[in-house]
Design a protein around this ligand. Structure first.
Ligand code: SF4
Length: 331
C-alpha cells in the first residue's frame, strides 16, 4: 500500500464528462432485454420484469444502505464505508450469512436509478462515508452505472467499491473499467465440484479467476490517501471454509503465480454455519485452529504478506441481521 494524491480525481467523472459513462449505461441497460449480465446468461427480459436466476427485474431492490464500520480498515476508516446491500444474488451459497436478503425474502425497498443515485449521495453528503460499497452488485451492474450517471452531476466524488462473489462476466466487467475504483472480490473456491454443490455455481473457477485477473488489470494494487483510506486498487477476500472446502492453498498459489505477491489479501476466518449449512455435514461447524493456522502458513510460505488476517474468534461479530431496526450490524 502507498499514498498517492494523484488519484483523488475520479476516473468516472472523466467518463461522464466525455459522454462515455452515459453510452455504457445505455448499452448495459439494453442487455437487460435478454439478460447476459452475469455468467448464467439467463436470456430473460428483465426490462419487462421477467425473473432470471437472480430474481431481479428492471428496478433495484435494496435491503439496506448505511455506514458500515466492520469492513477492512482502509474502507471503513473513521466515517464508515457507505454500504448498499442489494437484495438477490446470482449464487445460492448454502452457508450465506446474508441469506435474509440474498434469497429475496428479507425486507427491501425497490428504487429506480434516480433513487439509487440519491442513496449514494446520502451516504456521501449526510453520513460522510469514505466510499460507496456495492455489496453483491453483479446482477445490478446496468442500474448501478445508470445511477452513477445521475449522481456525478449532483456531486458524487468518492470511490466506488465493487464487493462481489467474483461470479462475474468479462463482457460486463470490461464496461466497468474506469468506473469502479476498488474491486473487492471474494475468491470462494478452487474446485468446481464444491462450487456447484455449495453455491450452485457451474464452472466457478473458470469464471472467477479470469474475472479477478481482469479486476486486477483494471485497478492494480491498493493505493491509499494520506489518511490511510483506500482510493483505488484491489483487495482480494478469501473466506476459509471447514474441511479445506475453499481450496485455500490452490487459490493462494494461483494468486501468487498469476497475479502478484503484492496483492492485498483479506483472509476471513468468520465462517459460521448459517442458512442451510447445519444440514451439510462438511459445513456444519466453524473452522478449527489447525485449519486457520494451515492457511496462515501457506500465506507465509508463498510470501503473501500484504493485507489483513481476521482473528479466529471473529464469527460472533460479523453476523448481520437485516431485520434489525436501522443497521444490520450491531455496534
Ligand atoms: S444477472 Fe440475473 S438474470 Fe441476468 S444472467 Fe445473471 S442471474 Fe441471469
Amino acid at each position: 500500500m502507498k499514498n498517492d494524491r494523484a488519484v483523488l480525481k475520479r476516473r468516472y467523472q472523466s467518463l461522464y464528462a466525455s459522454g462515455e459513462l452515459q453510452k455504457r449505461a445505455e448499452s448495459l441497460i439494453k442487455r437487460l432485454g435478454a439478460c447476459d449480465i452475469c455468467p448464467r446468461s439467463c436470456g430473460v427480459n428483465r426490462l419487462e420484469d421477467n425473473d432470471g436466476y437472480c430474481k431481479s427485474g428492471r428496478l433495484v431492490s435494496v435491503a439496506n444502505h448505511c455506514a458500515h464500520h466492520g469492513e477492512e480498515p482502509v474502507l471503513s476508516g473513521a466515517g464508515g464505508s457507505g454500504t448498499i446491500f442489494f437484495s438477490g444474488c446470482n449464487l445460492r451459497c448454502v452457508y450465506c450469512q446474508n441469506s435474509q436478503i440474498s434469497q429475496g425474502h428479507g425486507p427491501y425497498e425497490q428504487v429506480d436509478s434516480r433513487g439509487l443515485a440519491q442513496m449514494m449521495l446520502y451516504l456521501q453528503e449526510e453520513l460522510h462515508c469514505h466510499n460507496i460499497n456495492l455489496v453483491s452488485p453483479t446482477h445490478y451492474v446496468p442500474q448501478v452505472v445508470e445511477a452513477i450517471c445521475q449522481a456525478v452531476p449532483l456531486g458524487l466524488n468518492i470511490p466506488i467499491v465493487y464487493n462481489t462473489n467474483a461470479y462475474d462476466s468479462l463482457k460486463t466487467l470490461s464496461l466497468l473499467d474506469g468506473i469502479v475504483d476498488i474491486y473487492l472480490p471474494d475468491i470462494k473456491y478452487a474446485s468446481d465440484k464444491w462450487a456447484k454443490r455449495f453455491s450452485d455455481a457451474r464452472k466457478y473457477v473458470g469464471y472467477s479467476r479470469p474475472a479477478i485477473a481482469e479486476m486486477y488489470r483494471q485497478v492494480g494494487n491498493l493505493i491509499t490517501d494520506d489518511n490511510g483510506i483506500a482510493q483505488r486498487g484491489m483487495i482480494l477476500r478469501h473466506l476459509i471454509l471447514p474441511n479445506r472446502l475453499a481450496g485455500s492453498e490452490d487459490s493462494l498459489k494461483w494468486v501468487a503465480a498469476t497475479l502478484s505477491r503484492d496483492v492485498t489479501l483479506s483472509i476471513m476466518a468468520q465462517y459460521y454455519p448459517c442458512h442451510h449449512a447445519p444440514d451439510e455435514p462438511l459445513l456444519a461447524r466453524r473452522i478449527t485452529a489447525d485449519e486457520y493456522r494451515e492457511v496462515v502458513d501457506i500465506m507465509n510460505n508463498l510470501g503473501l504478506d500484504n493485507g489483513w488476517l481476521q482473528q479466529l474468534d471473529s464469527a460472533d461479530h460479523y453476523l448481520p441481521d437485516f431485520r434489525r431496526e436501522g443497521h444490520p450490524f450491531s455496534r
